[in-house]
Design a protein around this ligand. Structure first.
Ligand code: MN
Length: 173
């Protein structure tokens, strides 16, 4: 979250200041359409009181098997899930942010891990293999986020794939 705060001047941008905060019910996900220098979709999921975040250059797909590049970005505060508006010129990520989809998600990799939902998701994240069921307005069903093997130099660990997986083949491993 330090990285998040460092990149922003909160006197200039109306984005929320970074602090940890857990949602009380189900884990949240949000996708924000961000019309910055390059249009992209920011995909964020709640893990341990923060929003783990990826920038997806293309519109997230609903078709089974569809894959999109997803670039891991800095953690965002939970309050960011409600943020819509204009990030001023000259500020980090300048441009318009609109909520494209929002809802809750469930971890589909449940059997392997302990009871705490956060511990499970944190492990999945660290392993670079996230399989979740999204319950949003636009996106409903099984999706995966998988860290790619070919991550070298400055992009180390940041290249992931956002994949629409088969709703019927949901299995707990
Ligand atoms: Mn963005």
């Amino acid at each position: 979250m330090k990285k998040y705060n460092k990149k922003r001047d909160f006197y200039k941008t109306s984005e929320p200041k970074g602090k940890k905060k857990k949602s009380r019910k189900d884990n949240l996900f949000v996708i924000q359409k961000h019309d910055a220098s390059k249009l992209h979709y920011d995909f964020r999921i709640e893990i341990e009181g923060v929003l783990k975040s990826w920038a997806i250059p293309k519109k997230p797909q609903k078709k089974k098997g569809a894959k999109n590049l997803a670039i891991l970005t800095e953690d965002h505060p939970m309050d960011y899930a409600n943020f819509e508006g204009e990030i001023p010129e000259g500020e980090y990520g300048a441009g318009t942010v609109k909520i494209w989809d929002k809802g809750t998600y469930k971890n589909l990799r449940t059997k392997k891990f302990g009871e705490s939902r956060d511990a499970k998701m944190k492990t999945c994240y660290q392993q670079g293999k996230i399989e979740i069921w999204l319950d949003g307005d636009k996106l409903k069903g099984a999706y995966a986020l998988v860290r790619t093997k070919y991550n070298k130099g400055t992009s180390k660990g940041k290249k992931w794939l956002f994949i629409k997986t088969d709703d019927k083949k949901v299995q707990e491993d």
